[in-house]
Design a protein around this ligand. Structure first.
Ligand SMILES: [Zn+2]
Length: 323
């Protein structure tokens, strides 16, 4: 059977650049869209590392600079001055995390909204990502999708995964870009790249109650103190409806890279905190995968899956394939 490269998805008139390229081998491409620097290291990190190790071109897009993050690691010492200082620090940390995962990373240029606290909640700071109108907020990502031409895009579910305004906004812009980037009539820009329709959209589910409870019970079963007790017992956590998991990617071999990437975010991640409270051999035993929800697919695929590129590999001529 003749294999073709990217078919361009169901755009009415496939545009140049998203049609077939003859039999030229093409690299599979994965775009992981995240709200802040460090989110790529706590959600889908081992998956990104695995695909990168397997030759997939993996690009992390980070919506904001994480400027309004607090210093969350008690052993970090004093943080930098102001949001400019924080932005500069987190750029260095992000570069180090990307190296640990073996992926590329690009900033989308928005400003962290911060996590509003209080009752009533205070308004978001002027100019922050959570306040940017959708069309303006999605434009840089649409452009990036057209330039990078990912086959698969990952992001958060509509709730953001947790109630940070930037995470909700991250979902909205990724969803918008997934649908709009292939439409030549939308987000037109003089000299911009040709339209491109990614083939699959996934939501990260690494903080599901199922995972937390499984790790919690395994810790207790091993006679260890679980860091998740409050989480499992909290009524509000139990009331969050579980989203569907369609896809489990086996990534235990890449947990060391995930951990190195987390540690790289030294201002944010406490090396003695809950991310590192689970012994790795126990984690590998009971939870050797990362979970995703297939939200949209423009290719046929059978659920459940164990590969984000299921149904895509058949369409793309890659090096070593096509026999
Ligand atoms: Zn975040």
């Amino acid at each position: 059977m003749r294999r073709t490269t990217h078919p361009g998805g169901p755009v009415a008139e496939p545009a140049a650049g998203s049609t077939t390229h003859g039999e030229q081998p093409e690299t599979l491409r994965l775009l992981a869209v995240h709200a802040h620097p460090d989110d790529e290291s706590s959600k889908g990190a081992a998956t990104a590392a695995r695909y990168a190790a397997e030759g997939v071109d993996v690009l992390v897009a980070t919506c904001t600079g994480g400027e309004r993050g607090d210093i969350l690691n008690p052993s970090f010492g004093e943080g930098p001055e102001g949001i400019d200082g924080m932005r500069a620090l987190r750029r260095v940390e992000m570069a180090s995390a990307a190296r640990a995962l073996g992926v590329r990373q690009q900033w989308l240029g928005f400003v962290d909204s911060g996590l509003p606290e209080g009752d009533p909640l205070p308004p978001l700071p002027e100019g922050s990502f959570g306040l940017v109108p959708l069309e303006e907020a999605a434009a840089p990502l649409v452009e990036l999708v057209r330039e990078f031409r990912p086959h698969v895009v990952t992001t958060y579910d509509p709730s953001g995964g947790y109630p940070h305004p930037d995470h909700v906004m991250c979902h909205r812009v990724a969803f918008e870009a997934f649908h709009a980037a292939g439409d030549a009539d939308r987000y037109r820009r003089e000299g911009g790249a040709a339209p491109w329709s990614p083939l699959k959209l996934y939501y990260n589910h690494d903080f599901s109650m199922n995972r937390i409870r499984t790790l919690h019970e395994a810790m207790q079963g091993a006679g260890l103190e679980s860091p998740f007790g409050d989480w499992v017992e909290s009524r509000s956590a139990r009331e969050i409806p579980e989203r569907e998991v369609t896809t489990r990617v086996h990534v235990a071999r890449y947990y060391a890279q995930r951990d190195a990437a987390l540690i790289a975010h030294a201002s944010q991640i406490d090396p003695d905190g809950f991310f590192f409270a689970i012994p790795r051999d126990l984690e590998v035993d009971v939870w050797p995968f990362e979970e995703f929800e297939l939200a949209e697919s423009r290719v046929p695929t059978q659920l459940p899956e164990d590969d984000l590129f299921a149904g895509v590999r058949e369409l793309v001529t890659t090096e070593g394939a096509g026999q």
